[in-house]
Write a protein that binds this ligand. Structure first.
Ligand code: SF4
Length: 421
């Protein structure tokens, strides 16, 4: 069963860190795994008690503030240890396509497997990542769960903020009427947003450190996404983790500790991290640092986009809490106009002395394909750096897939190191 497997996996990871600490990795990762473990245990307990769950790809804080238990969806699909079991449900049994990105299909299969709670509500965003939205829609359709979509207007101004906040208010009203015991608590939402913002400030402090040579973070740690306190049962502990992360990064940078033994190349990695140890090991062995992992929220998290909770500058007025959520929603640069995606990438590459870029395409990912040409072209023209167009699956069906992907990556790394001299 998925949730029990996650608990066991995280217990193993914590034990492993205690018994075999590795100097290249951040020590605070142990706390991160403990928080993840706590979260899965909390889900199991809440499920046992019959509490109402809800799924969203972007408004977890609002769901929590209504009294829902926020449940993972795509992120859980990423963590399955036996993907074939879930493909069998989604592809072989229900006829969903096998050429779309793995995570949307494993998430759907997992959701329909009965191994995770069936939520009372699912909310998705209308953005160009159709596979994710369709996966959520299909999950809701097959289980009869309430499904709502939030739109995103093309402009980023006041009209957009008001429009999304109106939709959030409608969602709250709908949920309060439809699900017994659900009641929106605005003060709870503010508390959660403040915890998220505090964590973000800690993370942002580490941006400057990534300019150091050697970069103080290992390739594997570079791919760890920020943990949002609002998604955990004990947000204050997650803020503590973010502080510990920042402090440890400063300590490593002060002592000149690098994330790889001898740094030979600095790359930015785009879109989705590679899955599996072998790619991390390859990067480490070759002396490749990853000062910048460019994903949808990275530019905002690290301060390349400044549009923070309580800031009255951008809109010329104080935003109400639902508008603040809409503001946060809009800072995601993924799957929007190419300038949203590429402008901060160019800035990060310039700031962090990036030598080369790997644009990683998870097979079936429509937004990545659409952005590839313009991304590589601008990196070449504005910074003179090469981009590797790399394809991979989250779950390769055979070992040969990973071997081929890593071979292509290795050839590119060798070429860049040789050119760097
Ligand atoms: S990898 Fe691409 S297609 Fe898949 S969920 Fe992410 S953005 Fe959507």
């Amino acid at each position: 069963m998925f949730l029990d497997e996650q608990v066991q996996k995280l217990q193993r990871r914590v034990r492993n860190i205690e018994q075999n600490p590795r100097p290249e990795f951040l020590k605070c990762t142990k706390l991160r795994y403990q928080l993840e473990l706590e979260r899965y245990l909390h889900v199991l307990e809440a499920w046992k008690q019959g509490k109402p769950f809800a799924v969203s790809d972007s408004i977890d804080s609002i769901l929590q503030a209504m009294g829902f238990e926020a449940q993972g969806y795509i992120a859980w699909g990423d963590r399955v240890s036996n993907p074939q079991k879930y493909y069998d449900i989604a592809i072989n049994k229900l006829g969903f396509p096998d050429q779309t990105c793995d995570r949307t299909i494993t998430a759907l299969g997992l959701f329909l497997s009965g191994e995770v709670p069936i939520p009372r509500l699912m909310a998705a965003r209308r953005i160009p990542c159709d596979p994710e939205r369709w996966s959520l829609m299909a999950a809701a359709k097959f289980t009869g769960v309430l499904f709502l979509e939030l739109a995103r207007l093309n402009n980023n101004g006041d009209e957009n903020i008001r429009c999304i906040a109106d939709q959030e208010a409608a969602l709250i009203e709908y949920a309060e009427k439809s699900v017994p015991g659900i009641k929106y608590d605005e003060s709870k939402l503010i508390e959660l947003m403040e915890a998220d913002q505090q964590s973000l400030y800690y993370l942002r402090d580490t941006y400057e450190l990534r300019k150091r040579v050697p970069c103080p973070i290992s390739p594997q740690d570079s791919f760890r996404l920020m943990t949002m306190p609002s998604r955990y049962p004990n947000p204050a502990r997650v803020v503590e983790y973010s502080k510990a992360y920042r402090d440890e990064m400063f300590e490593r940078a002060d002592k000149g500790i690098g994330g790889v033994r001898e740094e030979k190349l600095r790359i930015a990695w785009l879109a989705t991290g590679p899955y599996g140890r072998s790619t991390f090991d390859l990067l480490s062995k070759k002396g490749v640092s990853i000062p910048w992992f460019h994903y949808g929220r990275a530019a905002h998290y690290f301060g390349l986009i400044r549009d923070d909770l309580g800031d009255e500058g951008k809109y010329g007025r104080k935003l109400n809490p639902l508008e603040e959520m809409a503001r946060f929603f809009n800072t995601n640069t993924w799957a929007g106009p190419s300038t949203d995606w590429v402008d901060p990438l160019i800035k990060a590459c310039r700031d962090l002395k990036i030598d080369a870029v790997v644009d990683f395409l998870q097979v079936g990912c429509i937004p990545t394909i659409n952005l590839k040409r313009i991304t590589a072209q601008r990196l070449k023209e504005e910074l003179g750096i090469p981009t590797l167009d790399l394809e991979g699956r989250e779950h390769f069906a055979t070992e040969a897939g990973t071997i081929n992907m890593n071979k292509k990556l290795e050839e590119f790394i060798d070429m860049c190191i040789a050119n760097k001299g």
